[in-house]
Design a protein around this ligand. Structure first.
Ligand SMILES: Nc1ncnc2c1ncn2[C@@H]1O[C@H](COP(=O)(O)OP(=O)(O)O)[C@@H](O)[C@H]1O
Ligand SMILES: [Mg+2]
Ligand SMILES: [Zn+2]
Length: 476
């Protein structure tokens, strides 16, 4: 036998070898053991996950001369014939190229003949959803009253295109994508059997690129084997597939958090010239964060992961639509460096947290985060044109030489101090305005220097936060 491509060479020959579809294979195995096989099955699910494979195993198990516990023996004449595709009673039809009513009419007639060699005739119709409406209707009768020696297995990637009249006459199985972990395990198994060395990360990349389609993963592996000399390397696979390894993803995030413009630009330019797709890169970054989030020894703090997830998610569309997507990616990653300022800010907020009265300085990020996308900065309250003193004064105590004016709160204190001269004129006495002893004092103790203030502004615009009245309040 000549060279066999890996997906063909490693096609499972028993139910137990089918990976990740145990919910289906176990049920079918039991049905075969107990002789309760349905007359028509629908196999739905993505491509390359084992539908045709499972259909053929059913055909074998039902025709096998010495089945074992529901599994085919793979060595009798029937099993061998089905494995090589030369068994007359297993009929595979591609509905994509046999869509019409004539083909189905013909099929309806042949269905009536007894099996030539085996016990059952098994019809495997692939891409079943491609049949025309008339063809579906023509098949309906046969599905209603099928001869006892016939089993239909109807495979499709698009279940919603199958008419309900057909669906209700079939037993339905939904095949799942194969998990990343299982794909990697399968690939490493194959490498071991083929005596090929590999870097585990390289297999992960193949798995990511195949998106749960095991056939694709195996085909890529096949290509990688012929591309690599001796060892399948992460770098080779990464370049070939345009997917990044974990090391590089981590580096991008780290450089983002550190605000390392030069490094970021360098790495991204390299990816650009190697033909990587920025849309894939940002998606990979997000999936990488998810993985980190679920790992016990993550390289990033929980806050960092949240910030990264948030910022990158907000930028997916921008990058997809941008005329300079790598530049957009650069700036998205650079935004992560603002995180440090957020941290400072959150410490600042912590110290302001206990201030309860309404005029205090409050920058409420959490609460306003949801109000996307409006950027609203409330202006500090305008000075009233008419200065209503009574609003600000709690108590006036006239002494011999001076007047004590007790402000209602911190804001009132500020206003009264501003008008001190005016007040002294009015009372014709020295005016003393004591600073209120409320928590206002705490607020005044927290200094927002120019630098912090700038950062606060940056953070606020980044998160579309809203600033409540009274901000910014710097010491005079
Ligand atoms: N669940 C699976 N377990 C093991 N191998 C699989 C599985 N799914 C796909 N494969 C591999 O991919 C090849 C094609 O699978 P196939 O059953 O034809 O996929 P489908 O019919 O769902 O498109 C198989 O020969 C096998 O090598
Ligand atoms: Mg198939
Ligand atoms: Zn057999």
């Amino acid at each position: 036998m000549g060279y066999l491509a890996i997906p063909r060479k490693y096609r499972p020959s028993t139910f137990n070898q089918v990976i990740g579809q145990e919910h289906i294979t176990e049920t079918i195995k039991n049905a075969i053991k107990t002789g309760r096989v349905a007359h028509a099955y629908i196999f739905a699910g993505p491509r390359g996950v084992g539908k045709t494979t499972t259909a053929r195993i059913i055909a074998k198990a039902m025709n096998c001369e010495s089945p074992n516990n529901g599994e085919p023996c793979n060595s009798c004449l029937s099993c061998k014939g089905i494995n090589t595709g030369s068994f007359p009673d297993v009929i595979e039809i591609d509905a994509a190229s046999n869509r019409g009513i004539d083909q189905i009419r013909e099929l309806r007639e042949t269905v009536l003949y007894s099996p030539v060699q085996g016990k059952y005739k098994v019809y495997i119709i692939d891409e079943f959803h491609m049949l025309t409406k008339e063809a579906f209707n023509a098949l309906l009768k046969t599905l209603e009253e099928p001869p006892a020696h016939v089993v239909f297995i109807l495979a499709t990637t698009e279940l919603d295109k199958i008419p309900p009249t057909i669906l209700s006459r079939c037993q339905r199985f939904i095949f799942k994508k194969v998990s990343e972990k299982k794909v990697v395990e399968t690939l490493s198994d194959i490498c071991d059997k083929e005596s090929i060395n590999y870097e585990t990360e390289a297999l992960h990349l193949i798995s990511i690129a195949s998106e749960g389609c095991l056939r694709d993963a195996e085909s890529i592996l096949d290509q990688m084997i012929s591309l690599s000399e001796g060892v399948i390397k992460t770098e080779t696979v990464s370049k070939f597939l345009g997917v990044l390894g974990g090391k590089l993803l981590k580096e991008l995030l780290k450089n983002g958090f550190e605000g390392n413009r030069v490094k970021l630009h360098e790495t991204l330019s390299e990816l650009d010239s190697s033909g990587f797709n920025p849309s894939t890169v940002i998606r990979q970054l997000i999936k990488y964060i998810e993985k980190q989030f679920l790992s016990v020894d993550s390289d990033f703090s929980e806050e960092e992961m949240n910030v990264a997830f948030e910022i990158l998610t907000k930028n997916i569309r921008t990058i997809d639509a941008h005329p300079f997507p790598f530049t957009a990616l650069l700036f998205s990653l650079y935004k992560l460096s603002y995180y440090k300022d957020i941290k400072k800010l959150s410490e600042l907020m912590q110290s302001l947290k206990n201030i309860s009265f309404k005029d205090s300085t409050r920058i409420d990020i959490k609460k306003n985060e949801k109000k996307l996308p409006s950027i609203s900065k409330e202006k500090p309250p305008e000075k009233k044109e008419t200065f209503d003193l009574d609003n600000y004064i709690k108590k006036v105590e006239k002494q011999e030489k001076h007047v004590h004016i007790i402000p209602k709160n911190g804001i009132a204190y500020d206003r009264l101090i501003e008008r001190k001269a005016e007040l002294e004129k009015r009372f014709d006495k020295k005016v003393i305005i004591p600073e209120p002893k409320s928590s206002r004092k705490i607020a005044r103790d927290v200094k927002l220097d120019k630098d912090t203030e700038k950062k606060v502004d940056k953070v606020i615009s980044l998160f579309h936060a809203k600033i409540l009245p009274g901000y910014p309040r710097t010491e005079k």
